[in-house]
Design a protein around this ligand. Structure first.
Ligand code: NAD
Length: 340
């Protein structure tokens, strides 16, 4: 696919702050001259309440046609009701790699500066396999699944990424001292694959220690690969190191489909108030543009974001500022237009 070409992508709008930030990212990508046509579809809690279907058929049709999507966050009620849309899409389309770059941006006050980590999270199994059972009213079980195939492909992807991007090390995170069979298998496979990449330093660490090391000295890590649940928790922690959830995007990638997103959720506490920071989904949009080969546009948007996030008048409330979502968006559009 070529850069100037018009490409059609799916936009799934989501719940809570999803609507506000979806509009923001579409406006910014349009302003960059990336030439995308948006196939806008809706899924999530609001759609469920209206239609009784969490993911209407239109969403599947659009994804299957376009193969590339940007997705806003959706609400997943805790404890009862439906399963997560995110988990459903990852499983249905076998989007096995969840890639989350944690890269410092802007000049707001953060715990660490100039951090550049990339987390590879296995996206299809572990405790997210959905195998839960009620034994009695007072005993519930969740089964953790770790397979060779799923582990191999995510770990290999992390090493290949490290090699292609001249990264120095890959760290595998497990709790193999306690879960000797499941995490033990994941670790054994990582050791095997590490042997195929002799130029990349291989490190292994237990998840509890990882949680601590990240807040003491995150610079000792580079590419990190781990199972589904540890990856979920550690990526939020990593986001906290560079300024919070409003800043970190993610990609769910399989062999022939990719869905890009923000790492954060639907933030019901600030929904509809024009307060959300759209940076994470905008960076998700940049990952999507890179995937489509539109690297000039993604570079310009990232550059514009870095400028805008270096001017305190543009900081949103999560960054201790007072700018609204729309003010922030307009500031980015202005910068992007100057770069075109
Ligand atoms: P959350 O990420 O929605 O919010 C956590 C905190 O961070 C809140 O205080 C929120 O206001 C703040 N925050 C998050 N994103 C922000 C942004 N862009 N700008 C400013 N502040 C932001 O997590 P939660 O409250 O635990 O979950 C809310 C809902 O989202 C739940 O139903 C959960 O299941 C769902 N969720 C969805 C996804 C997804 O769709 N990818 C991911 C995580 C959680």
């Amino acid at each position: 696919k070529k850069r100037g070409e018009i490409m059609k992508v799916t936009m799934i709008t989501g719940d809570g702050i999803g609507k506000e930030i979806s509009q923001s990212v579409m406006d910014i990508i349009d302003a960059s001259g990336a030439n995308l046509t948006w196939d806008i579809v809706h899924a999530g809690e609001a759609v469920y309440e209206e239609t009784g279907s969490l993911i209407p058929d239109k969403v599947f049709t659009s994804l299957e046609q376009n193969k590339v999507a940007l997705k806003a966050p959706m609400t997943t009620p805790i404890g009862k009701g439906f399963h997560s849309v995110n988990v459903a899409l990852r499983k249905k389309y076998d989007l096995y790699a969840n890639i989350r770059p944690i890269q410092s941006i802007g000049t707001m006050e953060t715990l660490f500066k100039q951090l550049d980590l990339v987390l590879f999270r296995e996206n299809t199994e572990d405790l997210y396999a959905g195998m839960e059972e009620k034994v009695t009213d007072d005993e519930m079980r969740s089964i953790k699944i770790i397979t060779r195939d799923a582990s191999e492909r995510i770990i290999r992807r992390a090493f290949e990424y490290a090699q292609e991007n001249h990264r120095s090390s890959v760290t595998v995170v497990t709790k193999a001292n306690i879960m000797k069979l499941s995490d033990g298998l994941f670790l054994d496979i990582a050791r095997e694959i590490a042997n195929e990449f002799p130029t990349i330093e291989f490190k292994e660490i237990l998840v509890d220690n990882m949680a601590m090391q990240l807040v003491i000295d995150p610079y000792q890590f580079d590419v990190v690969v781990t199972e589904n649940l540890y990856g979920d928790i550690l990526s939020d922690e990593m986001a906290g190191l560079i300024g919070g959830l409003g800043l970190v995007p993610g990609a769910n990638v399989g062999d022939d489909m990719a869905i890009f997103e923000a790492v954060h959720g639907s933030a019901p506490d600030i929904a509809g108030k024009n307060l959300a920071n759209p940076t994470a989904i905008i960076l998700g949009g940049c990952m999507m543009l890179d995937y489509l080969g539109k690297t000039k546009e993604s570079h310009n948007i990232r550059y514009a974001l870095d400028i805008v996030l270096s001017q305190p008048e543009n900081f949103t409330h999560d960054l201790k500022g007072t700018a609204s979502t729309s003010q922030f968006t307009q500031a980015v559009i202005k910068q992007v237009q100057q770069l075109n």
